[in-house]
Write a protein that binds this ligand. Structure first.
Ligand code: ZN
Ligand code: ZN
Length: 88
């Protein structure tokens, strides 16, 4: 009997992949922080202003799509603007 072995866990560790683009999770700071003890909780993105029309093109950090002039955007608690629709 070898009750101490957890083959499922070993398989999982051998097959780690990183969603951030690094070759392995072990080489990725974000993955290590995600799993690490004491990782900071990331507060949800919330709007800190009323919606207004974008005056400059940009990129929305929530959907990673372009913000075009004239679209409804809001300031957020992340020092970025985002599409109004992405906040709600
Ligand atoms: Zn990663
Ligand atoms: Zn967006």
């Amino acid at each position: 009997m070898d009750a101490g072995r957890l083959p499922g866990l070993l398989d999982r560790e051998a097959d780690v992949s990183c969603p951030h683009g690094m070759p392995t999770a072990m080489s990725c700071l974000d993955c290590i922080l995600d799993d690490g003890v004491g990782a900071e909780d990331t507060p949800p993105v919330t709007a800190t202003s009323r919606a207004f029309k974008a005056r400059f093109p940009g990129t929305c950090p929530l959907c990673n799509l372009a913000i075009h002039e004239g679209q409804s955007i809001v300031h957020t608690n992340r020092e970025h603007v985002a599409h109004e629709r992405c906040i709600l």
